[in-house]
Design a binder for this molecule. Structure first.
Ligand code: FES
Ligand code: FES
Length: 396
């Protein structure tokens, strides 16, 4: 472990961190500054951009061992608030550059770093800056962001007033700013919660789920040995198909978007595809759940000898996340990024009456949520929450 002093948003913090974790994780999980988003997690989307010692950095690829002592870090929470928007945040709203808003904190931090070096950039310079700093917007490309930076720069140079900039928004909305103005403010100030942000705000005692998955297409499952994982302190329970109270089956047609496929929520005697969930480890800490999942042994027999296992490419989208819990009336509430699933079919598959099940959509992410390889994230969450009667969080 490393002990470091950091100045985060001008406030001195002493942190004890694992040198191998990233700055993004420390900011989000130890500082609870969830305005910094993690999209790709590998440096290609810019959602995690913060300013460190004056430079825009992608915090998802910056390990804590490489963060200098006394580093001065600014996150979106240190830029402006709803009552005191920074010119860049204001321009972002005016130019509707935050649609889903997932990319906005990273873009705004990047723009802030640019304007602190150069208050009079040309349009092409702004565009090039965003390209060089890997800022990507899946919803609207970079045109609105570039326009927003040009206007923010004018405001910072004193060439236009705040009122004049606001009036552009009023012109676009026929004099009455849209009802989603509050949402826009929340998105540009980093207080709008997406699925993974909500997951960090769940109560104490929430269980973190990690899947043990099939490593090849079409295999018979001969045995599942959970004993070593179960013996690990902090592991609460390991679920298999035997714990599913319903049909355990989801059909391809269950997802209205057509993105589903036929299969078992937790594979029983056979795994149809690479990535199918065979067991689900529930533990009080995500890292522990991950370690325990590696200790679950699955004995399989391939049904298609000679065909190599599917490879999983790196995720280049925001994670697919969800959580589930039983409310005070015993109703199962599942928060998910994929609410297009048939309510009745999901209820039957996990073994609950449809009227006892509510699906709540996570805020949509323009970067797109990675489609889980597992048959149904929602099914897994439902199975887990019904089995342990505790809140369960799952990120794939
Ligand atoms: S660049 Fe860091 S999350 Fe994509
Ligand atoms: S607004 Fe940029 S990804 Fe949605």
């Amino acid at each position: 472990m490393l002990k470091k002093t950091l100045f985060i948003n001008e406030s001195e913090k002493r942190v004890v961190v694992d040198p191998e974790v990233t700055l993004a994780e420390v900011v989000r999980k130890q500082m609870f500054l969830t305005g910094t988003k993690i999209g790709c997690g590998k440096g290609t989307c810019g959602a995690c951009t913060v300013i460190m010692n004056g430079s825009a950095v992608r915090s998802c690829i910056l390990k804590m061992r490489d963060v200098p002592e006394d580093a001065r870090i600014i996150t979106i929470e240190g830029v402006g608030t709803g009552n005191h928007l920074h010119p860049i945040q204001l321009a972002w709203i005016v130019h509707a550059a935050a649609q889903c808003g997932f990319c906005a904190p990273g873009f705004i931090m990047s723009a802030k770093a640019l304007l602190s070096q150069n208050q009079n950039p040309g349009k092409e310079e702004v565009r090039e800056w965003f390209q060089n700093h890997h800022n990507v917007c899946r919803c609207c490309g970079d045109d609105p962001a570039v326009d927003a930076v040009m206007d923010a720069a004018k405001l910072l140079r004193g060439e236009i007033t705040t009122e004049e900039l606001w009036s552009k928004l009023k012109e676009q909305t026929n004099g009455s700013p849209s009802g989603s103005a509050d949402a826009a403010v929340a998105k540009v100030t980093g207080v709008w919660d997406f699925g993974a942000d909500l997951g960090l705000k769940l109560p104490e005692g929430t269980l973190h789920a990690k899947l043990v998955t099939a490593q090849e297409n079409q295999s018979n499952i001969l045995a599942i040995d959970t004993s070593e994982a179960e013996a690990m302190p902090g592991v609460y329970k390991i679920l298999t198909y035997k714990d599913v109270l319903g049909t355990n089956y989801i059909s391809q047609a269950a997802y209205a978007s057509g993105s589903g496929r036929d299969g078992a929520i937790l594979s029983d005697k056979k795994a149809a595809a690479f990535g199918d969930a065979v067991a689900m480890v529930l533990a009080f800490k995500p890292k522990l759940a991950e370690e325990a999942a590696r200790k679950v042994k699955i004995k399989t027999e391939s049904l298609i000898e000679g065909i190599p296992a599917a490879e999983v490419g790196d995720r280049d989208l925001a994670p697919s996340t969800g959580f589930a819990y039983l409310n005070e009336k015993g109703k199962l509430i599942i928060h998910t990024s994929h609410t297009d699933i048939s309510h009745r079919e999901l209820a039957d598959s996990i073994g609950i009456l449809p009227e006892k099940l509510t699906l709540v959509p996570n805020p949509a992410v323009g970067m797109g949520n990675a489609r889980p390889a597992a048959v149904s994230l929602e099914g897994l969450l439902g199975v887990a929450a019904l089995a342990v009667k505790k809140p369960v969080y799952l990120e794939l």
